[in-house]
Write a protein that binds this ligand. Structure first.
Ligand code: DGL
Length: 268
């Protein structure tokens, strides 16, 4: 592993580009290799075994690219495949998921409180946030709600209008999310609706966008391992397992910049 090697980031599709975007803001000297598994999305409704099989294949690609660290940007894959990926990658690269940094943040800022979580069916059903928060023993009561309509809604560009307001409101009014003191946005896509969620919930409640927390955790991890890149050398790569014009549009929506997607099939 070398400090000038790239940072690998993967997701089920384009949503993880919100995390890649945060990484570029916090670590502008790092070259990133992003892999969006657009041929197999969404992961949020898939079984853990299927997500694990895809994740391991993606790790092979990122290791071939020489990545010094693999960041699992997808919440569903972080929930289903982190332990397996870590064991699979071994000492070839560092591995980070998007859940542990948020659990640590909750421990530092919301101990003893009632906290809400929204995410895909896979993330919520895995109860991984519950397990990790319980292990911290900080008296957090976690109330989770699967919100499967939000991913397709955001991908279709409905994230700043009355229709999306109504859908988000319906979810936020569910009994699970009442009297909470913070809400975790446990999905790659949700940073795009953070403002709407905050406006609906009110200023008193912290809406936790994991992308920035994860980017800061990545910086700490690289620093601790003396792997921070000192200068920007190579250009970023954005690989996708399937290409359509709508993935290109989505990529620009989530990364907030024009990028060139390169097709890289996972299975021949
Ligand atoms: N990337 C997924 C996540 O963060 C959302 C999209 C999907 O279901 O694939 O859980």
């Amino acid at each position: 592993m070398n400090r000038s090697n790239p940072v690998g980031i993967f997701d089920s599709g384009m949503g993880g580009l919100t995390v890649a975007n945060a990484v570029k803001k916090v670590l502008p000297n790092e070259q990133i290799v992003y892999f969006g598994d657009s041929a197999h999305l969404p992961y949020g409704d898939k079984s853990a075994a299927t997500i694990q099989a895809y994740s391991v294949k993606i790790c092979d690609v990122l290791l071939q690219q020489g990545c010094k660290v693999i960041l699992i940007a997808c919440n569903s894959a972080s929930a289903a495949a982190y332990d397996l990926v870590k064991a699979y990658v071994g000492s070839k690269a560092l591995v980070l998921n998007v859940i542990d940094p948020v659990v640590q943040y909750i421990a530092e800022h919301h101990a003893g409180q009632k906290v809400g979580l929204i995410g895909t069916k896979q993330t919520v059903g895995s109860e991984v946030y519950d397990t990790k928060l319980k292990a911290k023993n900080i008296g957090v009561e976690l109330n989770s709600l699967a919100t499967p309509l939000l991913v397709p809604m955001i991908e279709e560009g409905f994230h700043k209008n009355e229709i999306s307001d109504q859908i988000i409101k319906q979810y936020l009014e569910k009994p699970e999310l009442q009297n909470i003191e913070a809400l975790i946005l446990g999905c790659t896509h949700y940073p795009l609706i953070k403002k709407q969620v905050s406006a609906l919930l009110g200023e008193h409640l912290e809406v936790i966008d994991s992308s920035l927390i994860v980017a800061a955790a990545l910086k700490e991890l690289l620093q601790a391992n003396q792997l921070l890149s000192e200068k920007a050398e190579a250009t970023d790569k954005f690989l996708v397992s399937d290409f359509t014009p709508s993935f290109q549009t989505a990529a620009e929506l989530f990364f907030q910049k024009k990028i060139r997607l390169e097709k890289h099939v996972l299975w021949e």
